[in-house]
Design a protein around this ligand. Sequence first.
Ligand code: OAD
Ligand code: ZN
Length: 589
Amino acid sequence: MRTSNGQPNVSNVHETAAENNGKPKAYSALYALQLRAFIDAAEDVDADPDTIEDLLEGLEDGDGEEEIQESDLDEDLDSESLALPAHEQHSAIEGSGDLDDLEVETEVIERLKREADGAWSKEETRKMMHHLKEHGMSSFVREYVITQNIPIVKLLFAFGISLCPELRNKQPQTMLYFLRVAMSKELHLREKLPQYNTLADAVSLIQASKRVVVLTGAGISVSCGIPDFRSHNGLYATLKERGTYDLDDPQQMFDIHYFRENPAVFYSFASQIYPSNFIPSPCHRFIKAIEDRGKSCHSLSSPKVDESHHQNYTQNIDTLETLTGITRVLQCHGSFATATCIQCRRRTPGTEIEKDIMEHRVPFCTVCLEAKKEAEEVRQAAFKKKAKKRGRKEWEEGSDEEEEAIPVGVMKPDITFFGEKLADDFEHALEDDRDKVDLLIVIGTSLKVSPVSEILSHLPHSVPQILINKTPVRHINPDIVLLGNADDIVQHLCEQLSWELPPPVEKRLEVPSLARPAKRTSGEMMGKTEPIRVAKSHVWLFEGAEGGKWVRDIEEKFLEENAGSESRTTQSRVPKEGPEVKKSRTRLG
Ligand code: OAD
Ligand code: ZN
């Protein structure tokens, strides 16, 4: 359905439906646009099959449905267009090329726009958005949909969305889905808090905060010898480079459907990510220090307050948090601590499959194997009887068929694969914690995997956010960004805080000599280069930072702003590309 110039073929949807059915009613371009956007949004916002079905209902017949699904609207007019005010949706449609078809709709669109504009005052909208950003989606729905009983069509106006007539009378759960899509888009636009920018701000935030949440990813275990996933030398790149497995995408290694088909591939490399002789990094111990501090604060004041609060949301499955002695940790992507049979769902301690993992074998469920053996014996006896009666050939064929029908129970470690739902405690914990947290520190994650990546937008937007990572994470908007080796950064922070990093508490296996706590004396820190601030921005570079163009752009922007404000005070024009800009650009490489 793609037209030659690559433009989305909105008018095609319009015409085909009208022509094919010979009916006067045609799908409006706006309907096609909004429908497409809501269907696309299901990638980020959960929609059950009933909702999708209801969403597609009303398309006149199967043909029409296909037209809209297959049209290439998503190429250029993706779900972003949903969040545009009605008049901008209009121009998005205009931009798509075929004005003739749209003229008939101008009137409708103008009417929708007037309706949206008049629905809420600026102040009302501001209040609603504030409620959403501070108290979250559930609270928003409780307040406005349930308590105040405001129709969702009207609530959507506050988000700049004016539903086309075809979408206004959908099932309640579909209407709620529309609202969730709108809310989720709004939440992704977290504004940076302007008052926090410097390293000193970071230090005093950590010092002053009572309920810190630290969100971690593979980056904090890299110095322990466990590769991360998406870096240029990470697991996915290595798998791709080696090309040992015929995978379209190295992430298939963690795809539940792929695993069911071919568990041997996962077990051929699982030992690489299995927590064996690793020792925690300074980052792990930094989190422990934060937890210890929290505990001592609260035992002095009100010990109950903090009981259910999680210190650490980790995406890592290496269980190094436990080895460090961090107790308030939520392992969002599960761990190797337990394993489950994909057939009978029997759960066992992870140690049961440890030997198989280390020896690259697929572990089978002993219970399933036993059952399979028994069933096979019974069946074979029956077939032998039959075979005697009917001759040998048939028996052999029959036996093959039956064998396939007996399921084999493969054991899978309880780590969350793509295509699997996170354990319920994730959602509950986040709902519980969201009102308690007063600082979020994100360390060593690319935040490419939801729903963990959503934590940043779902916590109250007034909670300060600090990012510690080797590379920038472009799609978020933290208040302070510390780029570089996370271990160096947290050690720098600890020095400023006058904190000692606690040693790991547990030892695993008989630990080889390298397993002494990787404690660095302050002497070792000496000789480290001091962090560099990127112009007057909130971004700081430490050893190991890989800021690239993102950092250069920030620097340029801040130097320009600075030059701008200077020129305003001195009433003189400073050229954009002044010598100063060039000089510091070289400095940052
Ligand atoms: P990624 O590999 O996507 O991201 C790791 C981040 O850490 C990158 O942004 C690196 O720049 C950064 N990093 C690497 N070394 C660092 C260092 N020494 N200091 C500071 N930062 C460093 O890993 P995750 O974001 O954790 O899922 O990936 C999320 C999920 O995707 C994982 O939990 C895994 C994967 O598929 C499962 O295993 C189920
Ligand atoms: Zn089983």
